[in-house]
Design a protein around this ligand. Structure first.
Ligand SMILES: [Cu+2]
Length: 153
C-alpha cells in the first residue's frame, strides 16, 4: 500500500490545524485553552467590567491567584474601545472568549477589542501575582482617562 499524496495532504492538514489553533480569530466563541475544559465555568466568579468614553468601570479589579473568572466586558460607549494589558494577559491562563469581540494574542499587543454595544465574556484562570496596568489603546483614549489596574494576589 502506498501513502502517496493523500498521506502528505493529511500531514499538511494536521500542520495547518495546529497553526490555526495557535491563533485566535474573531468568532462567536474562541476556545483557547483545552487544559482548562475540566473547570466548571458555570461556577466561576462573574466580574462585570464596562468600557465607555473615556473610562473603565471599575478601573481597579482584584483577582485571586488560582481562581477561575468570567470577565463580562461591555462596551457601553459609542466608540470602539479595548482592554489592553500584555502583562496581565501573560499572567493568566486563557480559556475562551464568548459572545463577541476580538482577542489579540500578540504578547506586545494583547487585548480584547469591542465595537460599540458589544458584550463579551472572557474565561480565564488567574495565575501570576502582581499589579498590571490596563488601558485602552484606541487613539488617545488612555491619555483621556481610559486606564486602570488589574491585580492578582
Ligand atoms: Cu477607548
Amino acid at each position: 500500500m502506498k501513502m502517496g499524496r493523500y498521506g502528505f495532504l493529511g500531514w499538511l492538514g494536521a500542520v495547518l490545524l495546529l497553526a490555526g489553533s495557535a491563533m485566535a480569530a474573531p468568532s462567536e466563541s474562541v476556545r483557547i485553552g483545552r487544559e482548562l475544559d475540566a473547570i466548571d465555568w458555570s461556577r466561576a466568579k462573574v466580574i462585570r467590567f464596562e468600557l465607555d468614553e473615556m473610562t473603565f468601570h471599575p478601573d481597579r479589579v482584584v483577582f485571586k491567584a488560582g481562581q477561575p473568572y468570567r470577565l463580562r466586558i461591555e462596551n457601553a460607549g459609542e466608540k470602539r474601545h479595548n482592554l489592553m494589558s500584555p502583562a496581565f494577559f501573560a499572567a493568566i491562563l486563557q480559556h475562551s472568549l464568548k459572545g463577541g469581540g476580538l482577542l489579540v494574542q500578540n504578547p506586545k499587543d494583547a487585548k480584547i477589542d469591542l465595537l460599540s454595544g458589544q458584550v463579551a465574556e472572557f474565561h480565564f484562570l488567574a495565575k501570576t501575582k502582581g499589579h498590571y496596568p490596563i488601558y485602552c489603546s484606541v487613539d488617545d483614549h488612555r491619555a483621556r482617562g481610559m486606564e486602570g489596574e488589574f491585580i492578582i494576589e
